[in-house]
Design a protein around this ligand. Structure first.
Ligand code: SF4
Ligand SMILES: [Zn+2]
Length: 377
């Protein structure tokens, strides 16, 4: 991958990718706020005894600065008493599930979204619900000794801090995602998290924009190797779901982004050993209903052909229900077998795909024209 030619063409100077930033902000600017009555959203996963709770906040600090071309975690009004919302959401399930995953519109540990005192009240509320594992999904910059100490003080469950890296390749982070994070930062945060005896988990993207399909698969594989080597306890693969109000969505509707084919994930998983697979989880591969009632359009999930889809999902459920690497390896081999026809389709797509150089050149040219055009509107 060589992105240097676009630096001069579009006057891009690190650390600011002005063209991605302004495009991301422009596409995001049309987002409606979450409706007042939607204070939380709850997903139940009985097969893995997991509850995922999202609570409304004002929005991710980085989203508001024009980061992350693939992301929309919504914006809304601040809740008057966030811990009461957490209580109302979780109390009906008290003692029934082992694991809680907590999300906000960005990062629960970011004081722009939840003050330290609000965080402390939330941790107390969660602690009373009897979970054995609590996973907090948050930006790496929000992971500090102060926040981890507050968590440790209030929560008795095993704590896992989940952070988004997306890619260990600094060019992909800068030219494709505009995400201000790095493998080096994540490694330092993993060490800090381990100082508190918490678990560390790192999220990796499959389907980065501006990359050829082959390159985005390789980037996902390389990034997983890198974060495992950096000492993370687990990682989670997030295949891109195409969401309204994102730069990825605009590339997609203009024929400049190929949605992720589910078979790409099988290729990724097939390149790991049983030990590595025991540490690799998967999120957002199945279709999700649009949960934001202020939004009109559905999320576009990764796709399979109708023949491969259900057999793959059956194996995926078994994969996620165990952490045993040898069982996972055997399930990945079966995934490979039941998705043979999608494997052929993916081969065809790979042979007829544009190169990364072409995606970058066409994509940046489109964004530049679209920015100028919209400026005149
Ligand atoms: S990926 Fe994370 S840091 Fe980036 S905009 Fe989304 S919530 Fe914020
Ligand atoms: Zn198929």
């Amino acid at each position: 991958m060589n992105f240097e030619s676009i630096d001069t063409q579009y006057d891009i100077k690190r650390p600011n990718n002005t063209i991605l930033k302004s495009s991301i902000l422009k596409y995001r600017s049309g987002r409606p706020k979450i409706k007042d009555e939607q204070t939380y959203t709850l997903y139940l996963f009985p097969a893995t005894s997991t509850i995922q709770l999202w609570i409304r906040t004002t929005g991710c600090s980085y989203s508001q600065k024009g980061s992350c071309s693939m992301c929309d975690y919504w914006i809304g009004e601040h809740l008057a008493a966030p811990h009461s919302v957490v209580y109302d959401a979780l109390a009906p399930y008290k003692g029934m599930y082992q694991t809680l995953i907590l999300n906000t519109c960005g990062s629960p540990l970011d004081e722009n979204e939840l003050s330290l005192s609000e965080q402390a009240l939330i941790w107390q509320t969660i602690n009373a619900m009897g979970f054995s594992v609590v996973i907090i999904e948050t930006h790496a910059y929000s992971v500090t000794p102060e926040k981890l100490s507050v968590l440790q003080k209030h929560i008795n469950a095993y704590l896992v801090i989940e952070m988004g890296l997306e890619s260990s390749n600094s060019d992909v982070l800068f030219y494709c995602l505009n995400k201000p994070v790095s493998l080096e930062l994540i490694q330092k945060k993993i060490e800090l998290i381990h100082d508190y005896d918490f678990g560390a988990c790192v999220n990796i993207l499959l389907g980065s924009p501006f990359l050829a399909i082959k390159d985005r698969i390789d980037d996902c594989i390389n990034s997983i190797h890198d974060v495992l080597n950096a000492g993370t306890d687990t990682c989670v693969i997030f295949p891109v779901n195409i969401k309204e109000y994102t730069l990825v969505h605009h590339l997609y509707i203009n024929g400049l982004y190929q949605p992720v084919m589910g078979r790409e994930l099988v290729d990724v998983l097939s390149s790991f050993s049983e030990y590595e697979l025991s540490k690799i989880n998967i999120a957002w591969i199945k279709p999700h209903k649009q949960m934001n009632s202020a939004y009109a359009n559905p999320i576009i999930a990764p796709y399979f052909c109708p023949k491969c889809e259900q057999p793959f999902f059956d194996l995926l459920d078994k994969y996620l229900a165990t952490y045993d690497g040898s069982k996972r390896l055997s399930l990945v081999k079966q995934m490979d077998i039941v998705t043979q026809c999608c494997k052929s389709t993916l081969q065809y797509l790979l042979q007829n795909d544009k190169t990364t150089q072409e995606y970058v050149s066409l994509g940046y040219s489109f964004l530049s024209t679209d920015n100028n055009q919209k400026g005149k509107d």
